[in-house]
Write a protein that binds this ligand. Structure first.
Ligand SMILES: NC(=O)c1ccc[n+]([C@@H]2O[C@H](COP(=O)([O-])OP(=O)(O)OC[C@H]3O[C@@H](n4cnc5c(N)ncnc54)[C@H](OP(=O)(O)O)[C@@H]3O)[C@@H](O)[C@H]2O)c1
Length: 325
């Protein structure tokens, strides 16, 4: 693939998907051929987007679920990016033109995320949010990683999961769940990983490292006699999750809205390039792998359809946009 890396050839206008009112992706998201290429702050780099990963937060924001803390409209959606640095701000120290990078361009998931996201030909991000793309991953695979690996890692850290402990992952087949299973097993050294999904996805859970794959259409995990040190709730089932822990066990829940039953707690991701750098070796040695839905790579022209598919809540792993013109 030919990727432009000379700042001389950066256009002033670009193609981007934009919404100017809240609503469903197919109703409000419009392709705009004439959006200004983002201006750089001193600590930012301009990235030619090669692949953009989508996350539930993209359609949740679009629906207007976070209006109080969101940035003003119009908005170009997209948090996750993999691409090539084409220009650097005056105070950028680490990256240079031509570097292949990846990351989540929003440090705080819901606190005034950027108006110019990754569903565009170019996007700008602070260099502290980026890492060099693992060499063994394609741009599509890399774009599937940042938000979900960050959410999995930070959540597991906050539970204090340590080697030899057991964990139950609710929603094991989703973007975050597929990462939680792999990190719990291969990075945190959990002795037993259990995870829930519907029937057709149980084999995937096992292939990612789950020792016990629970079919939630047949069994209620909270009725099992076995209890866990930690439950990672990626579904929004904290009321049931707290019944599945040992005494003193911890439950982390990530669904951004809805009630949380103590002692379960919720957190919102804080992203960093340093965290990606720390986990890069696990991606490079293949212990942790991005999971992309079998129908999960959509061309740039089909971003509204991709978001609608994500909105079904049935996606396996991730949705990635590629190619981007
Ligand atoms: N707090 C944060 O910082 C943060 C960060 C990232 C994401 N999130 C939130 O976390 C949630 C999950 O995100 P995601 O990217 O993983 O979503 P996702 O990829 O869209 O999750 C889809 C998966 O959820 C599974 N699922 C649905 N209902 C289930 C149930 N009752 N039990 C078990 N699995 C179920 C589905 O499997 P089946 O088809 O088998 O049901 C599907 O594979 C979203 O609400 C998102 O907004 C929060």
């Amino acid at each position: 693939m030919e990727i432009t890396t000379s700042s001389d050839s950066i256009p002033s206008k670009m193609k981007a998907w934009v919404y100017s009112q809240h609503g469903k992706p197919v109703d409000v998201l419009k392709l705009n051929l004439d959006v200004n290429v983002p201006q750089l702050e001193a600590d930012q780099v301009l990235i030619k987007v090669v692949a953009a990963g989508l996350n539930p937060v993209d359609f949740q924001r679009m629906l207007g679920m976070f209006i109080e803390t969101d940035s003003p409209l119009p908005i170009v959606p997209g948090y996750d990016v993999a691409g090539v640095v084409v220009k650097v701000g005056s105070k950028v120290k680490i990256f240079k033109e031509g570097d292949e990078v990846y990351g989540n361009i929003n440090e705080k998931g819901l606190d005034h995320p950027k108006r110019f996201g990754t569903s565009a030909e170019y996007t700008a991000a602070e260099e502290k949010l980026l890492a060099l793309k693992p060499k063994n991953l394609s741009f599509v695979e890399a774009a599937a990683v940042p938000v979900v690996i960050g959410t999995a890692y930070e959540g597991l850290q906050k539970t204090g999961l340590s080697a030899g402990q057991s964990i139950l992952v609710l929603g094991g087949a989703g973007g975050v769940g597929t990462m939680v299973i792999q990190l719990a097993k291969h990075v945190f050294g959990a002795s037993k990983v259990a995870a829930t999904s519907s029937s057709s996805k149980l084999e995937l859970l096992r292939s990612l490292g789950a020792d016990l794959a629970i079919d939630y259409t047949k069994d209620n995990f909270e009725d099992f006699p076995e209890k866990f040190d930690v439950v990672y709730d990626a579904v929004g089932q904290s009321e049931r999750a707290v019944k599945a822990i040992k005494e003193g066990g911890r439950v982390v829940t990530i669904k951004p809205v809805g009630a949380v039953t103590p002692p379960a707690f919720r957190f919102i991701l804080t992203s960093s390039g340093a965290m990606l750098e720390k986990l890069n070796p696990f991606l490079e040695n293949g212990k942790v792998k991005p999971v992309i839905d079998p129908k999960g790579t959509f061309p740039f022209s089909q971003i509204p359809e991709a978001l609608s598919y994500l909105q079904t809540g049935r996606v396996t792993g991730k949705i990635v946009i590629h190619p981007i013109p």
